[in-house]
Design a protein around this ligand. Sequence first.
Ligand code: FAD
Ligand code: MG
Length: 363
Amino acid sequence: MKNFSKRHSAPILFVLLWGGLFCLLLCGCGAQTSVPCRYADTAMGTVVRQTLYAPDEGTADSASDAIKSLLDQLEEQELSWRLETSEIYAVNEAAGSREGYLLSNEMTQIIVRCLEVSREAEGAFDMTLGSVVRLWDIDSWAAVGQSGDFIPPDSELLRQALGNSGYDRLKLEPEVSGENGEILQARIFLPAGMRLDLGAAGKGLAMDRILDSLKDSGISGAVISIGGAVLTYGDKPDHTEWKVGIINPMEPGEYMGILSLKGQWCVSTSGDYERYVEADGIRFHHIMDPATGMPADSGVRSVTILTRDGLLSDILSTACFVLGTEKGLELARQYGAEALFVTADGETVMTEGMEGLFSPAER
Ligand code: FAD
Ligand code: MG
């Protein structure tokens, strides 16, 4: 993919117009940290925006380039179900084989954690839904807009695809274990026809990798969004809070309210308002209920999860969307996560900790 689009146009214009010392004081992203450097591009099929506070522009540019590369690598080498270069592609190709597929250490950890949440969420999060997700293909339909030509999948094909899914049918055989018996590397066996899909976890993983890359980068503060996922890190020079808007699913151009956050947080939102298609007045969105193979219909329009850990926040947002408010709140609390649900009637339901962080928009 192309390099990140270049940035700082407003400050540079200022330099040209006013020149001299005055501009040195105002044009951050130069010699000082008071004005952030901003970058925007696409990666992992979505828009990525970075706001980085650094001691100088070169440091911010290097950190931004490193983030862009790691997102491209994550997609190309690990997560893509379309690119033959990725590990998930290879795992899916090996479905039904007797020898299975020897996972990398990183992918082993990802799959172990996904399976753990699947069990706790009673299957509401299920990475083995690949065949069901491909059959619906909502992402492609959403990408071409509301063409009106959409036809839901044939019920027999859907039944077969659902029959090929089920996280409890996937087998992991430990190859390398740690001192405490934890699995460090495993061989995975998918039954024939099963397809892994880590679309519900990919942006969360991206946030974790970005956090690692920021640690020795010289960046003092950052807010980075990857589609609906937002990562906050460090501090602003004026020590004010990071502000993260929660989209109103009823009016996606507006906010339900704002989260005010200090330091490191991973914010993941799953909703029915971005990737969907409508036919005969019915909205078909991209988050599937593994019990039915149909778009989940739990009475919520969006769920926002707040944790320190990206993978967990992303998985939980999807699981909680499928579970609905009551069971979803229970699951979030179990993991010490903060959660905010927007229900179909426009109400907000949230954990106690979220109440202290969320300011509703005036309406
Ligand atoms: P989330 O709620 O976090 O996740 C929803 C996504 O998870 C669904 O789109 C589906 O993929 C999957 N899913 C649906 N229901 C469940 C469930 N109950 N349990 C578990 N998972 C579920 N992502 C990849 O990982 N690999 C790719 O190769 C890839 N290619 C893409 C190509 C294009 C052109 C586009 C537009 C997107 C692509 N994506 C890919 C992204 C992916 O398809 C999802 O759109 C994206 O991950 C949705 O993230 P989210 O945070 O909006 O939703
Ligand atoms: Mg998710």
